[in-house]
Design a protein around this ligand. Structure first.
Ligand SMILES: Cc1cc2nc3c(=O)[nH]c(=O)nc-3n(C[C@H](O)[C@H](O)[C@H](O)COP(=O)(O)OP(=O)(O)OC[C@H]3O[C@@H](n4cnc5c(N)ncnc54)[C@H](O)[C@@H]3O)c2cc1C
Length: 461
């Protein structure tokens, strides 16, 4: 418990509006997209880097946990106050500080909503490509802390590829600038890259310098349906062999499709077992060529139906259906464990075949969808927590999925992070020497362990 005297000191820094302690005010900050619940002692709303620094200095001296939080859309429990303490909401640090058209950079505070930044840079003919499906709610700070991926990662990469520099506050309150504001820079260790994806366990990010690129002139959106899941995912390698790198190549299996049936722009074929949603971009001639090639590849692979050239509103509906599929899966069962594994693109068909067999043998629906273009599939273990027969199978299924992924040369998390929910499995992938080095790095940043405790690392048995 944080004492009332300490809470008073924090309130003196932030003003009475900057600190909340009433249970009804804490409740929204006790959960995230995992739907797990842990109550904090208090929530603080700093307005600038200095506020963050003062709060962290107090926390370090007094030894209470501080949990940085963006929008709470995280899927691995990273923002949950598992040991109580102070949730540090960055939502009031929400200014776009600068969009620099000559140097192609943007400077932003962490609480800016991802879609708002994209819209703002588009007005300048510029493009910030990372687009997690949570784009309308997630914050840039949360994206950086998780190294969020998203739909366009297949062509444009992930958040890490766009972060040039950071302003961060270390657990003792020290303010640090990392990285550069130039297109290049190799001075010293790359602390920026270390902090990106560190899930709020090393430092609190208070400002971010991002790389932008010019907006592509044209886009083409296509949709293809298949009567076999494995035929659909084989398209991914087939396109790569034909030297087409789509901007987006999303996959949905039959169960996922059923859950967003009413949201789809057009009805889908009754025998469809899988859908691919494909977008290409570039100059108009290139887009025309790529659309042609994608059509050929899909038809050769026996697509049940291939459609292209949607109206703007139809395209929006398709993307909305895709963005909503994660929530829509709750139509199948009241609870879900969502894994976001990645396998090499040319092993996707093997993985999907394995998953179909696992769903049959376990008797649990395991709908899959996701970023097939980069081998990143969201596997969902739908279940009812009130049914011990179902909950008893979960641990075994997760282990089998991860073992298969590692056997195929993949990784157990492509973008959702380790946080709380995947920490028991970290050592399946990370060998002991690397694990120990990570612990030493954590201790160097945060010797008292006040920043986001209980996340990422569980000592291997
Ligand atoms: C419907 C849905 C779809 C999604 N789709 C995708 C997707 O396509 N790709 C993808 O990558 N993710 C996806 N996500 C997951 C999630 O949106 C991302 O992980 C996102 O980056 C989290 O941002 P947030 O602002 O909500 O962060 P939070 O959930 O609040 O926090 C996430 C982590 O970041 C830390 N953190 C937050 N802000 C800071 C800061 N300023 N300094 C230090 N640490 C900080 C927290 O401590 C926590 O560990 C999806 C989530 C949902 C609900």
């Amino acid at each position: 418990m944080i004492s009332s005297q300490i809470l008073q000191s924090i309130s003196n820094i932030l003003g009475p509006e900057g600190l909340r302690t009433r249970p009804e005010d804490l409740e929204p900050y006790s959960k995230d997209a995992t739907r797990l619940i842990f109550m904090p002692d208090a929530v603080a709303f700093p307005r600038n880097t200095r506020d963050v620094s003062k709060i962290l200095a107090i926390a370090n001296a007094e030894g209470f946990p501080v949990i940085p939080r963006g929008a709470g859309s995280g899927k691995s429990g990273g923002a949950l106050p598992v040991e109580g303490g102070l949730v540090l909401s960055l939502e009031k640090l929400n200014r776009i500080l600068e969009i620099d058209e000559e140097n192609l950079i943007a400077k932003v505070e962490p609480g800016v909503i991802t879609a708002d930044l994209q819209e703002a840079v588009e007005k300048h003919g510029l493009f910030y490509p990372p687009d997690p499906a949570s784009i309308k709610i997630s914050t840039i700070g949360g994206n950086v802390a998780e190294c969020a991926g998203g739909l366009r990662a297949v062509k444009y990469g992930v958040t890490r590829d766009y972060v040039l520099g950071l302003t961060v506050v270390l657990p003792g309150g020290e303010i640090l600038k990392t990285g550069v504001e130039t297109a290049k820079g190799v001075v010293g260790y790359d602390l920026t890259r270390l902090i990106v994806g560190s899930e709020g366990t090393l430092a609190v990010i208070t400002a971010i310098t991002l790389r932008l690129i010019p907006m592509p002139a044209a886009k083409g959106t296509m949709i293809a349906y298949f009567d076999e899941m494995t035929s659909a995912v084989r398209i991914v390698s087939a396109l790569t062999r034909r030297k087409v790198i789509p901007t987006i190549l999303e996959f949905m299996d039959r169960l996922s499709l059923e859950c967003v049936r009413d949201e789809m722009a057009r009805p889908f074929p009754s025998t469809a077992k899988a859908m691919l949603l494909i977008e290409v971009d570039g100059d108009p001639r290139q887009v025309e060529n790529d659309v042609e090639k994608v059509g050929q590849v899909c038809r050769e692979a026996g697509a049940l139906r291939f459609e292209e050239a949607f109206h703007k509103e139809e395209v929006e509906r398709l993307w909305d259906a895709r963005r909503n599929v994660s929530e829509a899966l709750f139509k199948l069962k009241p609870h879900k464990i969502s894994e976001d594994i990645v396998v090499p693109r040319n092993r996707l068909a093997d993985f999907i075949g394995f998953l179909e067999a696992l769903s049959l043998s376990s008797g649990l629906p395991l709908p899959a969808f996701g970023h097939a273009g980069d081998g990143n599939i969201h596997v969902n273990l739908m279940h009812d927590q009130a049914d011990p027969n179902e909950t008893g199978k979960l641990e075994g299924i997760i282990k089998k999925v991860f073992e298969k992924v590692l056997e195929l040369g993949g990784t157990i998390s492509g973008e959702h992070g380790i946080g709380l929910t995947k920490s028991p499995y970290l050592s399946m992938e990370i060998p002991k020497p690397a694990f120990d080095l990570m612990i030493r790095l954590k201790n160097a940043f945060d010797p008292k362990g006040i920043l986001n405790p209980g996340k990422i690392f569980v000592e291997p048995e």
